[in-house]
Design a protein around this ligand. Structure first.
Ligand code: ADP
Ligand code: MG
Length: 186
């Protein structure tokens, strides 16, 4: 179980103020709160990219973490398919699985295109496909439904639903239709 205890983080002003929360091992937990409330900061702390000023995070040891960043972060000089294949060791590469994930996210037509030619929504879905292809025990998805229309938001919910009995999704989102197992409001 991942636990936050009195977690705090300030930049030029306090962002996380003594946040305590217990995440289940599986399921979907939504991070809520207005823009600037610290959702991305918390996800970055969970990903080990940022250090809290105070408090603790426990329960992450031995867990494989997969991140889909708010801004996608696809490598611009590689095709979508190669962006996926890159995140696994050569020995564990599975082209079919990568293509299946791109197909699931309605990106098969773009497999051989570079991110620069894609729409914001397509890039966002590609980043989610890459995160799923990487795999993990904990998926940290930052605003995965931003820039997506209703149909594509359904896809994102479906992707989480398929895996939620085996993995934990910590998702910052404003999607009112996402059924979650709990919420943490910042
Ligand atoms: P959210 O994701 O909820 O919109 P963020 O976690 O991105 O919020 O940001 C929370 C606050 O922390 C904002 O005021 C933001 O400007 C500030 N902040 C985030 N990262 C940094 C940073 N690296 N340096 C300075 N301020 C930051
Ligand atoms: Mg954010």
């Amino acid at each position: 179980m991942i636990q936050l205890k009195d977690l705090s983080k300030s930049y030029d002003h306090p962002v996380l103020k003594s946040v305590s929360f217990s995440f289940p091992d599986q399921g979907i937990i939504a991070l809520k709160g207005p823009s600037g409330s610290g959702k991305t900061t918390l996800l970055r702390i969970l990903a080990g990219l940022e250090k809290p000023d105070g408090g603790s995070v426990s329960g992450l040891a031995g867990k494989k973490i997969s991140v889909a960043f708010q801004e996608g972060r696809l490598l611009p000089f590689m095709t979508l398919l190669d962006n996926l294949l890159l995140v696994r060791d050569k020995a564990e590469e599975d082209r079919e699985e990568a293509i299946k994930l791109l197909r699931f996210f309605r990106l098969e037509h773009a497999a051989d295109q570079k991110p620069g030619t894609l729409s914001g929504g397509e890039k966002c879905r590609a980043a989610l496909a890459r995160s799923l292809y990487y795999g993990g025990d904990v998926f940290l998805w930052d605003e995965p439904t931003r820039e997506l229309d209703a149909d594509n938001r359904t896809l994102v919910r479906e992707a989480m639903d398929r895996l939620k009995s085996k993995a934990l999704f910590i998702v910052s989102t404003h999607d009112p239709d996402l059924e979650t197992d709990g919420e943490l409001t910042l």
